[in-house]
Design a protein around this ligand. Structure first.
Ligand SMILES: [Zn+2]
Length: 407
């Protein structure tokens, strides 16, 4: 089996963390100067590993292996959220590169190959999964034309031109070239840490269903309108959200999460009873049957509130994605690798966060592997994973790829 080089893994990750270093994390938004430099550096690291690497017209990097045998595709993203962590993204890129290197260095398996891919803008500074969607061939030019940085407002075309990559053809996946896609990532939650486990083998990337609740009441004077006759849209909305929160635990799945991301009251003044209220509400689960059940319950609770309350509540579904199921035999390949290096210290789990793998799963059998996040923290500069866990994960990941390619 391949032997990964722990110092090489840690030093590559430490070097990447110098591009846009911020406290103990990084600030490296997509196509910022630091991000461009990190991509150039990583493409060169790929070349040093013997991969034929190039950066394309949307800043994706593809490093192709010269191996003659079965190949896997593996990678993640390099940009960060604003003022965020050093491992979200880079861990999966460096693990992929280390798997490619370790496999090519082992004469017993050097016929196998790993192509390394780095997707642009997984973190959504310009759009939604622009890099991975481009790579699977479902991103149209006009979406790039329309994309601009949400923070700086700089158009994506301008940012690509500044990097010197505008007008380059975009890499598009050749599914026939690969047996599988593998992405490693930090867990970004505390399931592994809180159970003392080291490796998470992902079963599915959750679906996200989003809703808008709109409540119509009556705007009126906060002092002169009696409690008996007022129609307070804000209060009615909060009651509904409370009822959802009471009822859902009785019917949800073991890992369902729900979030009210925004509540807005109109007019939103101290001395005015809100005449209108609105909330954005989101559900996440890997099982569509669970989501169906929860959605039916939302409608039942809204109907009940409309029957018994003084306001009129409407619910609108804004979006509903499908879960991305990870390939079962690839999960088994990762399980075996984890059992070899961390016996009894691995588990199957869904991913509550979105990842590039959810798009790649449309073209290839796909797999994801998680390592623990200290304190379950991510999207913050304190995000971290112990060196020991980083090294263990890199070894399990490389073995998992070999298990899959040899199967
Ligand atoms: Zn990420």
């Amino acid at each position: 089996m391949p032997r990964i080089n722990p110092e090489r893994v840690l030093s590559d990750l430490r070097t990447l963390a110098t591009f846009g270093a911020y406290k103990t994390g990084v600030h490296r938004p997509t196509l910022s100067g630091e991000d461009i430099a990190a991509r150039e550096w990583f493409a060169n690291r790929m070349r040093e590993a013997g991969l034929d690497a190039s950066i394309d017209g949307i800043a994706n990097i593809l490093g192709k292996s010269p191996a003659i045998g079965r190949k896997a595709l593996s990678g993640s993203h390099l940009e960060s959220q604003n003022y965020a962590g050093w491992l979200d993204g880079p861990l999966g890129c460096v693990y992929a590169l280390e798997a490619a290197r370790a496999i090519s260095e082992d004469p017993a398996i050097s016929d196998l190959g790993v192509d390394v891919v780095v997707f642009c803008d997984e973190e959504g500074h310009f759009g939604s999964f622009l890099g991975s969607r481009s790579f699977i061939g479902v991103l149209e030019e006009r979406e790039i034309d329309a994309a601009s940085n949400h923070t700086t407002k700089v158009p994506m075309r301008e940012a690509l031109a500044a990097a010197g990559w505008a007008g380059r053809p975009r890499h598009v996946i050749d599914p026939a070239r690969y047996a599988a896609f593998f992405e490693a990532h930090i867990e970004q939650g505390d399931t592994l840490e809180s159970t003392g486990l080291k490796i998470g083998v992902v079963t599915a990337i959750v679906a996200i269903w989003q809703y808008r609740f709109t409540v119509e009441g009556e705007q009126n004077h906060a002092g002169t309108t009696s409690m008996k006759r007022r129609r307070d849209a804000g209060l009615e909305l909060v009651r509904l959200l409370g009822a959802i929160d009471t009822r859902f635990p009785e019917i949800c799945g073991p890992r369902t999460v729900w979030t009210t991301g925004r509540i807005a009251l109109d007019p939103g003044e101290k001395s005015i009873i809100p005449g209108e209220a609105e909330a954005l509400f989101q559900l996440r689960d890997a099982d569509p049957a669970v989501l169906d059940r929860l959605e039916a319950e939302i409608h039942a609770l809204v109907q009940g509130a409309n029957r018994n309350g003084r306001c009129k509540i409407a619910v609108e579904r804004l979006s509903a994605s499908t879960p991305a199921l990870m390939d079962r035999s690839l999960q088994a390949a990762l399980d075996r690798a984890a059992e070899a290096h961390a016996p009894g210290k691995h588990m199957r789990m869904p991913s509550g966060a979105g990842h590039d793998a959810q798009w790649l799963a449309r073209k290839l059998p796909a797999a994801m592997m998680f390592v623990p996040s200290i304190g379950g923290i991510s999207h913050h500069w304190t995000e971290n994973t112990s060196n020991e866990d980083i090294v263990l994960g890199a070894q399990v990941f490389a073995d998992g790829i070999v298990n899959a390619l040899r199967a």
